[in-house]
Design a protein around this ligand. Structure first.
Ligand SMILES: CC(C)(COP(=O)(O)OP(=O)(O)OC[C@H]1O[C@@H](n2cnc3c(N)ncnc32)[C@H](O)[C@@H]1OP(=O)(O)O)[C@@H](O)C(=O)NCCC(=O)NCCS
Length: 192
């Protein structure tokens, strides 16, 4: 059930928890593997990610899929008619600090800049704050990933710091920007 959650409070925007206007977040299925193998070995995509710096085998990816770490929520982004769009996840979920690290990938470069990232991030933040009751989301983004930074800033993420020359790519060093979003800052909602 994708559009579950609490419907008694209209301010809760329950219908948006897992499904938006054009996409939904759902569990990762073994049938996603072919799609994942394509982006995880595509340097155009992985230049922006911490994964996929070395070629990733199908067997490695199958093992990754089979894992279900308690401190991670891995999801597939798909269109409302079921076409694979990408991956989203909450990592390092900490139940004391109630925080998690955000990850998002729109798998096909041709789908970048169409608003899927913005919508995925909104659904992920709803899920994190309204369903999992987290307090803070954070991420690290490479300074040259201007598209991603734009999406995060538009969602309300604040630049919290810079790890100088923390990332080596393309034969040179790049800064890594740290960003964070508090539940109280998300959609101005009445959250804990
Ligand atoms: C980053 C990513 C998730 C964003 O998703 P997306 O669907 O492409 O982004 P959206 O279409 O929702 O929004 C893109 C925004 O960036 C802007 N943008 C596009 N290209 C840009 C560029 N080169 N520089 C700055 N801004 C740019 C767009 O105008 C848009 O802003 P707007 O809504 O104000 O017009 C996606 O591009 C992606 O998967 N990239 C590769 C993996 C990655 O970088 N993941 C994040 C790692 S931290």
């Amino acid at each position: 059930v994708l559009e579950n959650a609490v419907t008694s409070d209209p301010g809760f925007e329950a219908a948006r928890v897992f499904q938006g206007d054009r996409i939904r977040l759902r569990a990762v299925e073994p049938s996603d593997l072919d799609e994942v193998m394509r982006w995880i070995n595509n340097p155009e995509v992985t230049q922006f990610l911490a994964v996929g710096r070395m070629p990733v085998s199908r067997a490695e990816e199958e093992r990754w899929l089979a894992e279900r770490p308690a401190n991670e929520r891995r999801l597939t982004i798909e269109t409302l008619d079921g076409a694979y769009v990408g991956a989203a996840g909450l990592h390092e979920i900490d139940l004391v600090d109630r925080s998690a690290e955000v990850g998002i990938v729109i798998a096909n470069e041709r789908n970048w800049g169409k608003g899927y990232g913005r919508e995925s991030l909104a659904l992920l933040a709803d899920l994190a704050f309204q369903t999992l009751n987290l307090h803070r989301l954070y991420l690290r983004v490479y300074a040259y990933n201007e598209r991603a930074i734009r999406v995060y800033e538009k969602a309300g993420f604040v630049r919290e710091g810079v790890d100088r020359q923390a990332h080596f790519h393309g034969g040179t060093w790049h800064d890594v920007i740290r960003m964070g979003l508090l539940a109280s800052e998300w959609r101005g909602a009445n959250l804990p």
